[in-house]
Write a protein that binds this ligand. Structure first.
Ligand code: TNX
Length: 471
């Protein structure tokens, strides 16, 4: 049990620098007002307090700070929060909100270790609605996650409307799709735009993924002309991988792919478009390279940087391409070679970041092909020390993917996401040298009552000394 007063460092992810000034606590009451300097009123709204020119909580921009950085100064009679940009200010607001209404005095100066701090949600194996995705974003930003990767297409479903290819969602987003046929649905153009706008308001970049050339059974069910012999294929609702492929030697393939990439690029303000590229076990290696040589430049043609799962490192990569490392073993030399050639890498090793791995043998959801992923394992590693030849300067960041084969509800998403996502968020944000598992698990315990009160279905991992339930 841990009911003592909060300390200034009781924040996840741990800030880069914390200097407590013990006597100078500040108390927020419902009437405490915010003085928001020009350019900060949008962010100020996320504090949920009234605005007034003489308010003691001051929000301002300070270009001397890093863009995602902020400085929070808490004194007895005022609180000053400065951000290097509205985004940095927004992260400062998250810190302020975590500290609660009795703010301990002192100064926090903070900025992230990595610029890409991601979470992935698989909408293909089980669909989640726009409202559910937005609610998930609200939980992610509390931990300063700034990229949401949406896995929109796979063998079991196609989840984004593409107007020129309407059967993709009419057929493969409809009833009976998803693993066990239990996850139907798709995002209309308007719903996707709504998710993107909601994310943008919270400084989160949406990274859409259209998986290819494998993981395409749902596309081929909708359009049999995309198969090698033009014959219809049956819908699949099992969780196998590696059996479907677009055909590298057919022009129809590239007409389809370019239409889809252009459409998704037009709908997406963020800089990235993820083209998948994983587990193409039924694509001959030569065809895989032929396909990627034509397709990897397409996001660039439409103004985006291509991201692909690390298998793409077997092909020639455009200069701006980003490689996402996921497997626990295999392809490391290709990834190291891509890094040596100046390509940027996202770290998402399954045995440290895959939120769909079971916590332990008793976990009722999830898979275990990469082993069990305890909270401590998700926390206790260094992304710059994972792969020989891939060091700090090659990394743009870290992502925690959540595949949805075993998920059936938002509660299932929350159960696997919390509390491991905060662990990965701290890996991606806080200085490596300041991170410490004992400190993290003590800070994490304080989130139990908040998640209880907010109705978040987190896993009460026995690794953490949670306080007693309050609701
Ligand atoms: C591997 S990780 C996959 C996915 C599965 C996942 C399940 C990756 C790039 N591909 O197709 O959903 O394992 O953990």
């Amino acid at each position: 049990m841990r009911a003592q007063t909060k300390q200034l460092s009781d924040v996840i992810p741990l800030p880069a620098s914390v200097r407590p000034v013990p006597a100078a606590n500040f108390t927020i009451t419902p009437g405490t007002a915010v003085n928001a300097a020009p350019g900060t009123t949008g962010v100020a709204a996320h504090l949920g307090l009234p605005l007034a020119a003489d308010g003691p909580i001051r929000l301002r921009l300070d270009e001397a700070l890093p863009a995602e950085g902020y400085r929070l100064e808490i004194a007895a009679d005022s609180v000053t929060l400065s951000g290097g940009s509205p985004q940095g200010l927004f992260w400062g607001v998250q810190t302020l909100r975590q500290l609660g209404d009795e703010l301990p005095g002192g100064v926090i100066e903070d900025e992230p270790r990595f610029s890409y701090r991601g979470a992935m949600l698989d909408l293909a194996r089980h669909f989640f609605t726009a409202a559910e995705i937005k609610a998930h974003i609200d939980l992610l930003v509390q931990f300063k996650i700034n990229h949401l990767h949406l896995h929109l297409t796979d063998d079991q479903g196609w989840r984004l409307e593409i107007p020129a290819w309407p059967r993709l969602t009419e057929v493969s987003g409809g009833a009976g799709t998803g693993v066990d046929g239990s996850g139907p649905g798709f995002l209309t153009l308007a719903e996707y735009a709504d998710v993107v706008a909601y994310a943008t308001d919270r400084f989160v970049t949406v990274v859409p993924e259209i998986d290819m050339p494998g993981h395409v059974n749902a596309a081929q069910v909708a359009y049999p002309e995309l198969t090698a012999d033009g014959q219809p294929v049956a819908p699949r609702t099992d969780a196998e991988v590696g059996y479907s492929s677009l055909v590298a030697g057919m022009e129809e393939t590239y007409a389809f792919v370019e239409d889809v990439i252009r459409t998704v690029a037009d709908l997406t303000p963020g800089p990235y478009l993820h083209i998948g590229g994983d587990e193409c076990l039924s694509t001959p290696p030569e065809d895989y390279r032929t396909f990627l040589t034509r397709v990897l430049p397409l996001p660039g043609k439409y103004g985006k940087r291509a991201i692909g799962w690390h298998e793409i490192a077997a092909a020639e990569l455009p200069e701006t391409a980003v490689v996402q490392y996921w497997r626990i073993e295999g392809d490391e030399p290709n990834v190291a070679r891509a890094a040596a050639a100046g390509r940027q890498i996202i770290m998402a090793p399954a045995d440290r970041t895959y939120l769909d791995m079971k916590y332990d043998a008793d976990t009722r959801l999830g898979l275990d092909w990469a082993g069990h992923l305890s909270v401590e394992r998700a926390y206790d590693w260094d992304p710059a020390d994972r792969l020989p030849g891939v060091d700090e300067k090659s990394l743009i960041g870290v992502e925690a993917p959540l595949w949805s084969e075993t998920l059936r509800s938002v509660a299932d998403v929350q159960y696997l996401t919390f509390p491991r996502l905060p662990a990965v968020a701290e890996v991606a944000w806080s200085p490596q040298g300041s991170r410490d598992w004992e400190s993290f698990r003590a800070r994490l315990a304080a989130f139990g009552p908040r998640w209880d009160a907010a109705g978040v279905a987190y896993h009460r991992s026995p690794e953490i000394d949670w306080p007693g339930r309050t609701v």
